[in-house]
Design a protein around this ligand. Structure first.
Ligand SMILES: C[S@@+](CC[C@H](N)C(=O)[O-])C[C@H]1O[C@@H](n2cnc3c(N)ncnc32)[C@H](O)[C@@H]1O
Length: 334
């Protein structure tokens, strides 16, 4: 294949097109591969700080400014015309995708925990995942699992592979709170638009679920404290009422901290004696090692207390279980 550009950004856009977006978004895959051969756009993108050049992030900033993503020529024209605003958004905003579908990988573990739970999510974005027990779920061809109050308008369904311990009950979450560097406010129009822009197109169900999850959050607001996960975790955990099992979870967060910070975080979680659930890219979580290699390069490792139990698609499209989950005391679930 003829390639007109061999820059690092071009290569990253090719990888994004062929791996990250390949099965998930034909729009994004096609745009990224076209950008990879467009020297003018690449040079423009390279004026952004390195961390802000990522294709998914740039596309979110473009969508935030109403760029038409349907064909490359229109996208290109809009991007050039609106670049000043797009670049400003890219510089000032961060990747804060809040995707309830990620809970398809975490809920089976939460549901195994006996007794009432106090749930802390670090890197909670707007806090949508803290309402995990208020959504309806279906794993593969399983029956729908609904909240105790009845079916939810947030309907999360994913493909499965392996012995997924499909829950027969919702976790009993009695207390919940998040820690977030930059909490997104669902009552703020721009924050809400940013949350929507961050979702990849092609999937109307994801957009619908986001809107419905925002409605659930309006009805059931969660407490999110602003700050760094290392600075605030012990202090927040100290507020957990007696008699609850503390669970600390995080999803798509640890790539944004240094290795030292991640190690400090893991030490704190362990010192707290919390159940620890992580859903992160391979190799970013200290002490989560030994996971079988996933056949899909774009996947997260799901672990309980540092023990890998599954791979999951980063947007909750599928969950692939590869080991029995660690047992919580007395739980009969497998
Ligand atoms: C990609 S989003 C994922 C949001 C949510 N966990 C989910 O899976 O839907 C990552 C979030 O982690 C937050 N974050 C990154 N570093 C953080 C830190 N050191 N302390 C607290 N939050 C952090 C970001 O601001 C962002 O909202």
């Amino acid at each position: 294949m003829e390639r007109v550009n061999e820059s690092l950004t071009a290569e990253r856009y090719r990888v994004f097109s062929q791996i990250d977006a390949q099965d998930l978004s034909t729009f994004y895959s096609d745009l990224a591969i076209a950008i990879a051969d467009d020297t003018e756009l690449l040079e423009m993108i390279d004026t952004l700080p390195a961390a802000k050049r990522h294709a998914g992030f740039l596309f979110a900033a473009a969508r935030f400014h109403g760029v038409d993503m349907n064909d490359f020529e229109t996208f290109r024209r809009d991007l050039l015309e609106r670049w000043y605003d797009i670049a400003e958004t890219a510089r000032t905003r961060t990747l804060q995708t809040n995707d309830p579908a990620r809970m398809l990988a975490i809920l089976p573990i939460l549901s195994e925990i006996d007794g009432p739970i106090a749930l802390i999510e670090v890197g909670a974005s707007a806090g949508l995942n803290l309402n995990a027990d208020r959504y309806s779920y279906r794993w593969g061809g399983s029956e729908w699992l609904h909240p105790r109050s009845g079916p939810s308008a947030v309907r999360l369904a994913g493909d499965i592979d392996g012995p997924v311990p499909v829950p027969s009950r919702m976790p009993d979450i009695r207390w919940r709170a998040g820690i977030e560097l930059n909490p997104l406010d669902i009552e703020d129009d721009d924050d809400r638009r940013w949350l929507t822009a961050l979702l990849w197109p092609d999937h109307a169900s994801r957009r619908d679920n986001l809107q419905e999850a925002i409605e659930v959050l309006r009805e059931h607001p969660v407490s999110i404290i602003e700050g760094d996960l290392n600075d605030r975790l012990a202090e927040l955990a100290a507020e957990v009422p007696d008699g609850l099992t503390l669970v600390v979870m995080h999803s798509a967060v640890l790539p944004y901290v240094t290795q030292d910070e991640a190690e400090r975080f893991v030490r704190t979680v362990r010192d707290l004696g919390a159940v620890w659930i992580s859903n992160e890219l391979a190799d970013v979580v200290p002490q989560v090692t030994g996971s079988p290699v996933s056949s899909n390069a774009f996947s997260f490792v799901v672990a309980r207390d540092g023990v890998p139990v599954a791979h999951a698609h980063p947007h909750g499209v599928w969950v692939s279980w590869h080991a029995p989950t660690a047992r919580s005391d007395g739980d009969e679930s497998s």
